[in-house]
Design a binder for this molecule. Structure first.
Ligand SMILES: Nc1ncnc2c1ncn2[C@@H]1O[C@H](COP(=O)(O)OP(=O)(O)OP(=O)(O)O)[C@@H](O)[C@H]1O
Ligand SMILES: [Mg+2]
Length: 680
């Protein structure tokens, strides 16, 4: 340790060791709430303040934009702005975008490539597969995604594809890639796959990046996939100056190709790896921790870990059975409202967590009824709304005019007298000439299939987009706002809404558009992005969350997946029932249900880890509930309590809420007894 450096006192010896260790690769393996993320933040501060690293030499990778933002905030408080200048704290995907923007030419892209989200990607697959069977489409999309994440190219996929459906998927995979290439577009998986592949194949690029990334830190390492593993390996090279932190019990992205084996692989790939374990949990009271430990003990474990807390026993965990999801939602809303007063807490101290996005609607309604402020994260719904996709199609076209899907959406919304026949003629010409639709406008001229009357609105549109392109490329973040306003006015989008819809929905949609534009303007200024850079930024936000503008004091609604890494004083975990948590794939878009016993066991284990993640978000109180009946496709279905409730040692049927001492050590039991006695 450099002389005169005082590490923050609020690090325990093991954490301190992890922060100070700089002799090679380091893995911190520890349970929830043990301060893994804190180690990363403190280590960045240590590198910058005491070890002479410049900001631009340090890269920290997190799992979500929100986590990246929070980490940046914390570092701002620890390190002088001048010292941290150039520091990268981002998601794997944002780093991928930056990498590809700089190295675009090496992978045959222009730097203003489009990023297609899964809705865009699905539309392409639908065209290639020529089916509307949604389950089949999603299955193919997932297969392609898994191949990409495992760095399996179509040629290799062809060799391993045995079933007719996999063979079909290979065919789609090939054409899908070709289509993306034609549009100068990449999908989310490509954001990591292309950099990893380029780094592996091109020594010059590899050396340049290795010289640049002097120290790398990775949070939530258990959820990295093969591509991300290789990316980390390539970026850090033989020097292997990195710290990874993770918890195998919190691996919840196997369905996206993540593999906890990456944790084990580190220990074999880097023989000199320093392994550090943390055992004290600083987040949760003992009852919560005991429940978490109980549940996860039903999974086979890769690594032996212990976890204890000295934050006191805490209140009994409540387990409630509800008659329906409406009643469950009402009851949660009511409880939050009264507990806020009783506990003198803030709205933001409460979180409601659920397995599936669809559960949010009923909860939102109940909170609105009681006028409780809330914010939702983990949903993609906002960016999937028609009006938002309309506006974004313009922006995407402006940034990348090879993006044919965006062209088609923009040119036909609002309608400007360009009909199907016109577009068809344009499309045939474009593909014959190997041009994008946008380029085709300017060279097609009138033909026997395209009259001057048809051509004119196309050209007007083309010139309009070109004018904005010229400005957008030249101007700054400040001007981005003006450009957005002018764009909206020029296309008369508000009028289009009121012309085509009833007043109420038109008003709603226009509000959403204004919200989007307001958010974009703030983002442009905050991160100093011009319109071009902004467009790529948006695509990334759509991926996991859009929770920038969290209301300052609001109850948090979140999926379990999106709650990873976060903590709340009071947690309500709803819908803890068989079929939902564990989610057993009764949905029609599910492929794993047919995949046999072993796959099912794996799946239950992943769901159990998800349950563990949920429980361990709670700092002080935890409330579980499940519904005896739930509406599914307009039918009421009888539900059973989740097996996880029994695994925690609780009984599930009691509507009054039960408490048991299961999972507590003798000392903790005694503490609990004392507490009960004090109360009475
Ligand atoms: N040494 C410490 N002293 C006091 N508080 C600590 C200490 N280490 C961590 N904490 C606090 O404990 C909480 C959990 O820490 P952190 O979020 O870093 O854990 P984690 O291991 O990353 O959890 P998760 O597995 O959920 O991501 C935070 O509120 C953090 O500030
Ligand atoms: Mg963490």
């Amino acid at each position: 340790m450099p002389v005169g450096y005082t590490l923050p006192v609020d690090l325990n010896p093991a954490q301190r060791e992890a922060v100070l260790y700089l002799n090679g690769p380091c893995l911190v393996l520890a349970g929830a709430g043990s301060g893994k993320t804190r180690v990363i933040t403190q280590k960045i501060a240590y590198l910058l303040r005491e070890c002479g690293y410049a900001g631009r030499q340090v890269v920290a990778l997190t799992f979500t934009n929100k986590a990246a933002r929070e980490m940046s905030e914390r570092i701002k408080n620890l390190v002088d702005r001048k010292v941290s200048k150039g520091l990268t704290v981002s998601t794997f995907h944002s780093l991928g975008v930056r990498f590809l923007r700089e190295e675009a030419a090496y992978v045959g892209l222009k730097s203003q490539f489009s990023i297609f989200d899964s809705t865009d990607a699905l539309a392409i697959i639908q065209e290639l597969l020529a089916t509307t069977d949604k389950a089949r489409l999603k299955a193919v999309q997932q297969t392609i995604s898994l191949w990409k994440n495992a760095l399996v190219e179509p040629d290799q996929a062809e060799k391993i594809a045995l079933t007719p459906s996999d063979i079909e998927a290979v065919r789609v995979y090939r054409s899908y890639n070709a289509t993306l290439e034609a549009y100068q577009a990449v999908d989310f998986d490509d954001l990591i796959r292309l950099p990893a592949r380029l780094l592996e194949s091109n020594a010059e690029v590899r050396q340049r990046w290795q010289a640049r990334v002097q120290y790398l830190l990775v949070d939530e390492y258990q959820d990295t996939n093969e591509c991300q593993y290789r990316l980390v390996r390539m970026l850090t090279g033989d020097r292997a100056m990195f710290t990874a932190v993770g918890d195998d019990d919190q691996a919840i992205y196997a369905w996206r190709g993540a593999t906890v084996q990456n944790l084990a692989k580190l220990t074999t790939d880097y023989p000199g790896l320093k392994l550090i374990k943390l055992e004290q949990n600083y987040r949760s009271v003992q009852r919560v921790l005991a429940a978490a430990n109980q549940v996860i003990s039903h999974n086979p474990n890769l690594f032996d870990k212990k976890l204890w807390s000295d934050l006191g026993v805490g209140d009994p965990i409540q387990v409630k059975a509800m008659d329906s999801e409406e009643i469950e939602a009402e009851s949660v809303a009511f409880r939050i409202s009264s507990e806020r007063v009783e506990r003198q807490a803030n709205w933001r101290d409460f979180a409601i967590l659920y397995r599936s996005n669809q559960q949010a609607r009923v909860l939102e309604q109940a909170l609105r009824n009681l006028r409780i402020p809330y914010s939702v994260s983990g949903g993609q719904s906002f960016f999937d709304k028609a009006e938002i996709r309309d506006i974004l199609s313009y922006l995407r076209l402006i940034a990348n005019d090879a993006d044919d899907p965006s062209f088609i959406r923009a040119v036909t919304t609002p309608r400007r007298g360009i009909g199907q026949a016109t577009l068809q003629a344009l499309g045939e010409y474009a593909s014959a000439q190997q041009l994008s639709l946008f380029e085709a406008i300017f060279s097609i001229g009138t033909t026997d299939r395209l009259s001057a009357r048809q051509l004119e609105p196309l050209q007007t549109f083309g010139e309009f987009i070109q004018r904005i392109q010229t400005r957008a490329a030249k101007e700054s973040a400040q001007a981005a706002g003006d450009i957005l306003d002018e764009l909206l006015a020029a296309i008369q989008y508000e009028r289009f809404l009121y012309d085509t819809l009833d007043e109420k929905p038109a008003q709603n949609r226009w509000q959403n558009v204004l919200e989007l534009v307001g958010w974009l303007k703030r983002k442009a200024i905050e991160d100093d992005l011009n319109v071009m850079a902004l467009v790529q930024h948006i695509a990334l936000v759509t991926m996991l969350e859009r929770s920038d503008d969290d209301a300052p004091d609001a109850v948090k609604l979140s999926t379990l997946h999106a709650s990873k890494g976060l903590e709340y004083p009071h947690v309500f975990l709803v819908g803890v029932e068989e079929g939902l948590l564990p989610h057993l794939g009764r949905d029609d878009d599910d492929t794993a249900s047919a995949a046999g016993e072993d796959a099912l066991a794996q799946r239950i284990q992943e769901e159990r880890r998800l349950m563990y993640v949920g429980i361990t978000r709670a700092q002080r109180t935890l409330n579980l509930s499940w519904c005896k009946r739930r509406r599914r496709a307009r039918e009421d279905v009888v539900r059973e309590p989740s097996r996880f409730i029994a695994e925690m040692g609780f009984q599930a049927g009691n509507a009054a809420g039960v408490d048991t001492a299961a999972g507590l050590s003798p000392k903790e039991r005694l503490g609990m007894l004392k507490q009960l006695l004090n109360k009475s």
